[in-house]
Design a protein around this ligand. Structure first.
Ligand code: FAD
Ligand code: NAP
Ligand code: NAG
Ligand code: NAG
Ligand code: NAG
Ligand code: NAG
Ligand code: NAG
Length: 538
């Protein structure tokens, strides 16, 4: 009897132990795997409160990291934070990206500026600090709703497929609010704890402390003091175990190197310059009755041309024919567009006080263009990475497909389109740093050096993420993830195919020999591939 009882107790005990082991396996924080960091990762900085950074911050908070989110703009939204303010005028000639301001020798420090100090206006200081976004009032997405959506805050089903940027701005801010990351949130609620989000705060420098194996961020925050009409500038540093760089694809405007452009950039018609970059474009009314030359053949060029076309006298587009040609954008130019070849040089101007109407533009085919009132340089953007120093691309080459910086995986870069890949990447960053997922082995590096540059078929990246994350959860605990719904991918393809075909058909009238061979016929195997290739940094 006693033996029998003892056996039952033993059995029950065994079951409890077994169940506990199973339970632990699924629910308990696992032992660190794969990457061994010098110390456990607790404090994580996220740079940028756009669609990518907000998702990273939200996921890392959910996984109990002590997160700080730094954003140079006064509110969340990233590229989608619309403003009537325009960025500081681009430099002529083009200038390499990067921060040039001197960091004060002693930190922390606070300084105050009044209007006109050092010859600078307060408005200049403020817009230079946060850099108003290159989004105009009537901008709509060139990506369909299904692939321009953040988790947790679904669009109303009535929302159209093509979204106004006003809708996206609300959407991204709702996401920030949902995760207590908005500019007026104080999270966590304990007053003693530092706020998670620090807006109007530009990360000036990211440095590695080799001794403590930590990251030191140099930070600068600007605050407008209304009563005294001054700006307060505060500099300080904070130290972190890990950093996510989600600072977005576009750091500054690119001005093409064309002979004479610096001279022309000085010309003014009244108060306004006659030449400027598309980053400053906001409203079409300014162009009423004018002859406008648009330089470039990509999305900004075609969409601004469409926006101004009901107002203008003439639209002329100077197109540099590249391979593959930018079929989609070329076909979206309004039918009044007159296409001309690339510009060879801008002839000298007699005065800078009378606009550019009398100036002569030499085209590469030998013809001369005259009588232009305004030039919009839709010539794209430059990128810049905060680390390693002097990286003039969006990301260094040395990152894995999960975004980890290979020489030191306590640093990560956001990859791919944040709307679609962001939710998987954020979870992956949290898992690797908490120790519930191994770093992907180096042999899994993508064939392409960086996902998100060059041709990258997104489905392959989705599958890779789903497999890697779920394998890790099975082994070390954590939630399982699902691939994006099949219907989303189908919708995306449908959208792309229909738009692409519709637009390609219309190419006949474009008047460019080198693209007319494509007209009416799809020369690529998969139109989505072509779209992705055209627009790899979405
Ligand atoms: C005119 C235009 C139209 C576009 N249209 C579409 C579209 O239709 N569909 C689409 O999918 N994509 C579009 N895009 C691409 C757009 O970049 C992405 O939709 C998306 O915003 C990228 O998200 P992100 O978080 O990676 O970067 P961003 O949205 O650019 O956010 C990055 C954030 O980091 C902040 N930051 C940068 N450096 C620092 C620093 N040193 N310190 C502190 N903060 C910093 C920036 O202020 C910014 O808020 C468009 C881009 C442009 C320019
Ligand atoms: N939702 C929207 O409607 C919308 C609107 C605007 C922008 N965007 C997004 O924003 C991003 C940037 O787009 P973008 O159009 O501003 O920039 P972009 O795609 O980089 O295009 C720049 C254009 O300028 C041309 N160019 C550069 N230097 C030139 C020169 N010296 N002479 C002639 N042409 C020159 C390029 O020619 P090549 O073709 O030879 O490179 C290209 O056509 C893209 O991701 C785009 O999808 C979206
Ligand atoms: C050009 O487009 C406008 C507006 O879409 C349209 O009304 C007009 O008929 C078109 N003209 C030609 C010649 O196709
Ligand atoms: C140059 O291109 C323009 C616009 O396409 C055209 O009108 C002009 O005839 C061309 N000039 C020469 C010399 O081919
Ligand atoms: C970055 O470039 C600047 C200017 O070219 C140079 O002075 C500086 O030393 C460089 N920094 C590093 C770390 O290479
Ligand atoms: C990539 O990292 C390795 C060391 O991990 C280094 O040897 C190499 O120079 C790095 N390449 C770049 C482009 O930074
Ligand atoms: C494509 O073109 C057809 C015919 O002109 C039109 O009926 C359809 O609405 C267009 N589709 C899209 C998505 O623009």
């Amino acid at each position: 009897m006693a033996l029998h009882q003892g056996f039952l107790v033993f059995l029950a005990f065994g079951l409890v132990v077994f169940a506990q082991t199973q339970f632990q396996r699924v629910f308990e924080k696992p032992k660190p795997v794969g990457a061994t960091f010098h110390h456990p990762i607790q404090r994580v900085a996220v740079v940028g409160a756009g669609p990518a950074g907000l998702q990273a911050a939200a996921k890392l908070i959910e996984h109990n990291f002590a997160v700080r989110l730094f954003e140079r703009a006064p509110h969340p939204g990233g590229n989608w934070l619309y403003s009537e303010d325009t960025p500081v005028r681009e430099s002529y000639p083009d200038k390499p990206t990067g921060f040039t301001d001197q960091i004060p020798a002693q930190l922390p420090i606070a300084r105050y500026y009044s209007e006109g100090d050092d010859g600078l206006t307060l408005n200049y200081r403020w817009t230079k600090h946060w850099r108003p976004r290159p989004v105009w009032y009537n901008l709509f997405t060139n990506s369909p709703k299904v692939s321009t959506e953040l988790p947790d805050v679904p669009y109303d089903p009535e929302t159209p497929w093509v979204l106004s940027h006003h809708t996206i701005q609300r959407h991204v801010r709702s996401y920030a609010t949902h995760h207590c990351l908005n500019s007026n949130d104080h999270c966590p609620a304990t007053p003693a704890a530092p706020r998670v989000a620090s807006y109007s705060t530009r990360v000036e420098k990211v440095e590695r402390d080799e001794e403590t194996h930590t990251w030191v961020l140099t930070l600068r925050r600007l605050e407008g003091l209304r009563e005294s009409n001054r700006i307060r500038e505060e500099w300080w540093t904070e130290t972190f175990d890990a950093v996510v760089l989600a600072s977005g694809p576009y750091t500054s405007a690119h001005v093409p190197e064309i002979e004479g452009i610096v001279d022309w950039s000085k010309a003014k018609d009244g108060e306004q310059y006659s030449v400027y970059h598309s980053q400053a474009y906001r409203h079409p009314e300014r162009y009423a009755g004018k002859t406008v030359l648009i330089v470039g053949a990509s999305v900004s060029a075609s969409e601004i041309a469409r926006d101004i076309s009901p107002f203008v006298h003439r639209i002329i587009a100077s197109v540099r024919v590249s391979l593959p040609p930018r079929l989609r954008s070329l076909s979206r130019f309004p039918n009044i567009t007159e296409f001309v070849p690339e510009i060879a040089s801008f002839g000298p101007l007699k005065t800078h006080a009378d606009g550019i109407r009398n100036g002569r533009i030499h085209l590469k085919n030998g013809s001369i263009l005259q009588g232009i009132d305004e030039i919009i340089l839709a010539t794209g953007y430059r990128s810049y990475a905060l680390y390693p120093p002097n990286t003039t691309t969006r990301r260094p080459e040395n990152i894995s497909w999960t975004g980890h910086y290979i020489p030191d995986p306590t640093l990560a870069f956001t990859i791919g389109r944040p709307w679609t890949i962001g939710r998987y990447q954020s979870y992956g960053l949290a898992k690797v740093w908490e120790g519930s997922a191994p770093l992907p082995p180096p042999e899994q590096l993508p064939e392409e050096p960086n996902p998100g540059t060059g041709m990258w078929f997104p489905e392959a990246l989705f599958r890779r993420y789903v497999t890697w994350l779920n394998d890790a959860s099975l082994e070390h605990g954590g939630r399982f993830v699902e691939p994006p719904p099949v219907e989303n991918i189908e919708l995306l393809k449908y959208y792309t195919v229909v738009h692409f075909l519709n637009n390609t058909m219309k190419l006949d009238g474009v008047g460019l020999d080198s693209v007319s061979m494509f007209s009416g016929k799809l020369e690529v195997e998969d139109p989505w591939d072509a779209l992705v290739d055209e627009d790899s940094d979405w």
